[in-house]
Every structure is written in C-alpha cells, then in structure tokens.
Design a protein around this ligand. Structure first.
Ligand SMILES: CC(C)(COP(=O)(O)OP(=O)(O)OC[C@H]1O[C@@H](n2cnc3c(N)ncnc32)[C@H](O)[C@@H]1OP(=O)(O)O)[C@@H](O)C(=O)NCCC(=O)NCCS
Length: 232
C-alpha cells in the first residue's frame, strides 16, 4: 500500500468511498450521492487552495483517502484546519485510517498549522477512537445539530494542537513567576538592609542577592530564553 497525493485518475475511487459513506453512514451529513464531476471539482479546489488530498492506494485501487481544508473561512482561523478521512468498508481495521491520519498530521505540521479539528458524529465509535489514539481530545459536543436516517445527530469536536505556543506559554509562566517573586523579594531585602544604614534604595537589577541565588537566577533566565526560543 502506498500513501500519496491524489490525482484526477483517483477520483472514481474517491467517489465510490465517499458515496458509500453518504448512503450507509453518518460520517457525512449529506443525503444525496455525489457525482464524478463534483469530486473532481472538489479535488481541484482543494489542491488549488494549497490543501492536501491524499489516498491510500494498492496499485490502481483506492483503499481510502483523507484531506483537510480551512476550518472556517475567516482570517483569524488561518492556522486551523478541519480534516476528513475515509477507508473502504472492505479494508477497515487494518491500519489504513491511522496511516492516512499520520500523514495528514505531518502535512499540517509541514504547513505550520497550529490546530487540527475533527467534527465527528457522536455515535461514530471507530472515528472517535481513532482520533483519541492519535492524541486528539474532545473539546465540544453539539447536541441534535444534524439529522439523517430519521434521527437527530450530535456533533463532537476533537482537536489536536500541533504548535508549541500553548506548551511554551505555560512553561514560561511556571518559570517566570518564581523568578519575578524571587527578584522582588531579594530587591526588597537589599533595600531594607540598605535603609538601616541610611543608603539610597538600590536600583533594581536582574541579579541580586547571594552568589548562590544569583547563580539560580542566571539558570532560570537561561531556561526562559531557551523556552522563548522554541516558540514558533
Ligand atoms: C474511522 C475510519 C476512518 C477508521 O479507519 P480504519 O482504517 O478502519 O482504522 P485503523 O485500522 O487505522 O484503526 C486505528 C484505530 O482506530 C480505532 N478503530 C478503528 N476502527 C474501530 C472499530 N471498528 N471499533 C473500535 N475502534 C476502532 C482503534 O483505536 C484503532 O486502533 P487499534 O486497531 O490499534 O485498536 C473508518 O472506520 C471509516 O472510514 N469509517 C467511515 C468513515 C468515517 O467515519 N470517517 C471519519 C469521519 S470523522
């Protein structure tokens, strides 16, 4: 099996898997099957927008496909993408969905995207488990927002944060708060000590206090710098 970028020649295979999902699953909330022309147009539109459409292929046979595109069409969402992944019913539970997702995550990282979002119908256990296995976490549950097969459908949002901003920001706070408190305490201590002898309040400086605490502050500042350096 090969995972590669989709070509127009793959459109019939993509169409077959897509229409099977339309007719038999709640993975796609459409009632009407799509056409070859519509799938080709979708493929071209994705590719022209710079988004990937990938297929899992065994020779000429398309076993599955995946893609992502803009999450929402406004500027502020440009670092977030929403993806979809479909595997032929005959070859499910053989690792193809996982392999496609691994590739989509790598492509999103390669495009410096920050977050991937999956919108999953709430009873779609295979997809929920697949995404949980990949590190996605559930972040939302919209109730009864869809309808198919004569029943209301809930939509679960799962997301994967790809960028390092969140982690670095947290670490920065964790490291910065103790150093700020430590500097203020040491500065005040020095000032009180100085005032005993009628000295002016010393000008605030970064490294104050005993040699050992200066060394600790130096290490902390270096740590902060390294963490800031990791933020993309
Ligand atoms: C969801 C889907 C893409 C999974 O593809 P797949 O190739 O069958 O999945 P994989 O074999 O790679 O399985 C990866 C993991 O997903 C989970 N999983 C997949 N199928 C599952 C099932 N039937 N029951 C429970 N967990 C399942 C498991 O955690 C599995 O890991 P494991 O086998 O080591 O336990 C596939 O079932 C599918 O195409 N479904 C219809 C379309 C769809 O729902 N797409 C997602 C829309 S959000």
């Amino acid at each position: 099996m090969d995972i590669r970028d989709a070509m127009e020649i793959d459109a019939p295979g993509i169409l077959r898997i897509y229409n099977d999902a339309v007719e038999h699953t709640t993975a796609i909330w459409n009632d009407q099957p799509s056409s070859l022309e519509a799938r080709i147009a979708w493929l071209k539109e994705r590719q022209q927008s710079g988004y990937p459409v990938i297929v899992a292929a065994d020779g000429p046979d398309i076993l599955g496909y995946g893609s992502f595109g803009a999450f929402r069409p406004w500027d502020g969402y440009r670092h977030t993408v929403e993806h979809s992944v479909y595997v032929d019913g005959a070859v499910r539970r053989m690792g193809i969905g996982h392999a496609l997702m691994d590739r989509l995550v790598a492509r999103a990282r390669g495009m410096s995207k920050h977050v991937m979002v999956a919108g999953i119908e709430a009873t779609n256990e295979p997809s929920l488990r697949l995404h949980a296995r990949l590190g996605f976490i559930q972040v939302g549950h919209l109730r009864s927002v869809g309808r198919k097969f004569d029943r209301w459908l809930d939509l679960i949002f799962m997301q994967l944060v790809l960028g390092s901003e969140a982690a670095a920001g947290f670490s920065l706070e964790v490291v910065a708060l103790p150093i700020a408190a430590s500097l203020r305490f040491q500065n005040n201590r020095l000032a009180s000590f100085g005032r005993l002898f009628g000295a002016e309040r010393p000008r605030p400086s970064l490294f104050v206090g005993t040699p050992s605490s200066r060394w600790r502050d130096f290490v902390t500042v270096v740590t902060i710098s390294c963490r800031i350096g990791r933020v993309r």
